[in-house]
Design a protein around this ligand. Structure first.
Ligand code: ACO
Length: 464
């Protein structure tokens, strides 16, 4: 084990390989080995690509080689896409060639009871000074290297969230979903059976990675729990770590065992451990990405007093309830601040918190009230709520939010919830694209802001 860990530097080659061999690159479109080579080529991988297939001379315009050892150049990374039974032989070849890291896509190891085969590939890798990602995975993506070595969708939006997934199908599905949701990713790593490289190794890398601001992990079990906690405790002081830990129920734990061969472990123990090392535990995908969206865009607040600005009373009350339930302190505005808010509402509006601009508010009133809140030293953060009306065009309200943020003197956390139809959905996308976390319900906006508050409190407690 110690020997493998001293090979930690090899992990850098998983993200910055100068050359990649795709072993089992297929000639046939639609096969996994073909798609991976195509994704690497079409996403614009910056390094060199070498298909390896003893039955081909050329694949997708690249010269093909009968084996890794026949490649006349150094090979940093090998993506292995051949049936499990021949993976050991391929790994031996990679060892001879001096490959640094092997991404083993193939299934048919521990997850089907072939612990012996899995142990064998780890042993070969160790003996040859290599690291293994997988087996039983869909691959790895890293935006700075323009590397899409997966058989997931080609298009991934580059960004600053690193996603580590123990589930293959879920990880692939999330690749497409994040594009739809305007969520940018720095990396996607499918860890599968975690025979060698595990969450702790990856946390260590992403903790130092300047391209990653938030780390999001879908996990079913932890391999080196103590090491994970030690590293997570350090990394979470610098960057938020969000974990979805599946297998919470007794039946869920059994499902985990047959999926990736992991032991799910007691759920309360996991929750307690995550709390101890500053990991934010999300219950589902929606929550995890809502939090990641806010944490990847917003800076920690200098104070927590929050103001809610709305054009609807009901939505304001819902956000107030959610704020209280999530421990977000709401500001009691001073007379002076209320006087400023009154400028942007009719006499029947309310300058208290929630600040109710009323249903007759247009984007102009939104702009004025948001700017007052952002510039006021009383206010730590702002929640903007909008219900679609014919008076206020959602696109213009989104622009007003952006203009106010850009004109404000002090940068403060601000989240938006917009409820309405198609035009509102477009406005939400526009805000998210422009770096303002926006959501379709008040509860989701409040929950995202509270994740930022919780992470900030953790940092304040631990960083002296
Ligand atoms: N070296 C290099 N290439 C070789 C070798 C060799 N020694 N021997 C054969 N090949 C070639 C084959 O000829 C073939 O190319 P071709 O199609 O041009 O003839 C290619 O390598 C692939 O070999 P096949 O035997 O055709 O294997 P196949 O593509 O059917 O399956 C695979 C390989 C995909 C790795 C399969 O065994 C497997 O494990 N599938 C599951 C993968 C998976 O789902 N992983 C988990 C993902 S996560 C999730 O759940 C989505």
């Amino acid at each position: 084990m110690e020997e493998t860990r001293s090979l930690n530097d090899q992990i850098r080659y998983l993200f910055y390989p100068r050359s990649i061999a795709v072993v089992g690159a297929s000639r046939k479109p639609g096969k996994i080995g073909h798609i991976i080579l195509k994704n690497l080529r079409d996403y614009g991988f910056k390094g060199k690509l070498y298909p390896v297939n003893p039955h081909a001379t050329e694949i997708l315009g690249f010269k093909a080689y009968p084996s890794v050892t026949a490649i006349p150049d150094e090979v940093d990374m090998a993506v292995i896409v051949v049936p499990a039974a021949i993976v050991p032989q391929i790994l031996k070849d990679c060892g001879k060639k001096g490959v640094k890291v092997c991404v083993v896509i193939s299934s048919g190891f521990k997850e089907i009871g072939r612990v012996d085969l899995e142990n064998m590939i780890v042993k070969i890798a160790k003996e040859n000074g290599m690291r293994i990602l997988g087996p039983n995975i869909f691959g790895v993506y890293y935006a700075p290297s323009r590397m899409n070595a997966t058989f997931g969708p080609l298009e991934v939006l580059p960004g600053n969230i690193a996603l580590i997934s123990q589930s293959g199908a879920l990880g692939i599905a999330l690749m497409g979903w994040t594009v739809l949701e305007e969520i940018g990713l720095s990396a996607i790593v499918s860890v599968g059976n975690k025979a060698d490289i595990d969450d702790a190794d990856l946390l260590e890398f992403f903790g130092k990675d300047e391209h990653t601001r938030v780390i999001l992990i879908y996990m079913e079990g932890i391999k080196r729990a103590r090491e994970f906690m030690k590293i997570a405790k350090q990394v979470s002081k610098k960057k938020p770590i969000i974990v979805i830990k599946a297998g919470r129920s007794s039946h869920g734990m059994k499902a985990v065992a047959s999926h990736t061969g992991s032991l799910a472990g007691s759920d309360q123990i996991y929750s307690a451990a995550f709390r101890q090392c500053g990991v934010l535990r999300a219950l589902n995908i929606e929550e995890a990405f809502d939090w990641a969206r806010a944490l990847s865009k917003l800076n920690p607040p200098t104070q927590k007093n929050t103001v809610i600005i709305t054009n609807g009373g009901g939505i304001g009350v819902m956000a107030t309830d959610a704020a209280e339930e999530n421990g977000i302190p709401l500001l009691e505005p001073s007379e002076e601040l209320m006087k400023k808010f009154r400028k942007y509402m009719p006499p029947f509006g309310s300058p208290r918190n929630p600040v109710d601009l009323t249903g007759q508010a247009t984007h102009k009133e939104y702009y004025g009230a948001i700017l007052e809140a952002l510039n006021s030293p009383e206010v730590g953060s702002v929640i903007v709520l909008y219900c679609e009306t014919a008076v206020a065009d959602p696109g213009k309200v989104a622009d007003a939010v952006l203009d106010a943020v850009n004109s404000s003197k002090i940068a403060k956390p601000l989240v938006v919830a917009m409820v309405g139809g198609e035009a509102t959905e477009k406005a939400i996308k526009k805000l998210n694209k422009s770096g303002i976390p926006a959501y379709p319900t008040p509860e989701r906006a409040v929950s995202a802001l509270s994740a930022l508050f919780r992470w900030t409190s953790w940092r304040e407690k631990t960083v002296s």
